[in-house]
Write a protein that binds this ligand. Sequence first.
Ligand SMILES: [Zn+2]
Length: 438
Amino acid sequence: MAAPYAGLGACRVASAAPSLPVATVSRRKAPTDRMARAMPHESPMSPDPIPSRPSPETVAMIDRLVACPTTSRDSNLDLIHDIRDRLRALGVDRIRLTHDDDRRKANLFATVGPGGSGGLVLSGHTDVVPVEGQPWTHDPFRLLERDGRLYGRGTSDMKSFVAVVLARLPGILDRGLRSPLHLAFSYDEEIGCIGVRRLIADIVAAGVRPTACIVGEPTLMRPVVAHKGKHSWRCRVQGHAMHSAYAPQGVNAVEAACEVVAFLKAMQRRFRDQGPYAQDFDVPHTTVHTGVIRGGTQLNIVPHECVFDFEFRYLPGADPDALFEEVRRYAEEVLLPEMRRVHPAAGFAWETLSSIPGLDAPDGDPVVGLARSLSGLSDTGRVSYGTEAGLFQEVGIPSVICGPGSIEQAHKPDEWVSLEQVARCERFIDDLGVRLAA
Ligand SMILES: [Zn+2]
């Protein structure tokens, strides 16, 4: 089904919305966010104070991107084609699109500057999480400015970063580049970093060998050098139905599933109480979580099936396969023999739902130094959520995460990013352009 808006016309109408006043430059305000206050910025590369708000071009670009409702389930092609056309108008002709199987979605990879290998990737995803069921107080796909903030779905996660890159690109091109600069905009990040895998496979196959990558997920413009890996599974428990008056002659799939879920909970307590720990992470140990469970039809039937989904978010260096093996062995070596004694068809079926490698950039890596220098921050962070950075790192492209806004605002109703954060990102990208200038 087509996206529920009339293509780019809708985006262009929205970008002319009168709710966004023309920018004025004023003195830099103190960051309002709790995390930002905790991390004072050192002098950024450029000696000029960072303005309290970004340029009107950047705000208009955020407006344009937010107005395209690229929820992961819908097509992102209008947005991708708009970006492609915009890049072409700037004279960028090295653009690669990689589509999903249905050709409803695409990644865009563009290279500007000189040819040859190497170069830096600026990476962002174009999809957003759904708004259904959330108590938004305004239209999530129409940018609203209020009290120094821009509200709208994707403002923090992560259309503002993409918009800053696009809006500042003309200035970077005017200055010229002495090494390639790559733009990587993906689909379906929010449902397991699905799309970017094709983008990465495509550039690897094409022999494009970037030397580093900056992923602009929301970090309050603080360089993040590590994140956890994530591996999620679906378990389908096969039981045997029976009138509940004869429960011992059936195999209760709900009860078997609950025993496995309880085992997972015990693992979670073990990691919490015994580690291993990595104190730099906001949640300093591996976590286990069961998020969905479905089983049974009515009380007087022994349920024949139960399905549940669970995940591990593991510290760099942990082995997700070993964690899974612990669960599988409990189910199949402790529980299953008893179930099979009642009915031979009883069993457990396991399916991987998603697998995102962790990120662990060495502190001395040049891209970490670059992000520190551009952000004006000497410290670096480690976060619990996964990003595409781990996948870039997996193919040998050292990666760091640094983008405007806070993950605390992501995925929530009335999502917002502060104008100060967007202005800070503008400075970051502008100074990067100066660094890369010919
Ligand atoms: Zn994101």
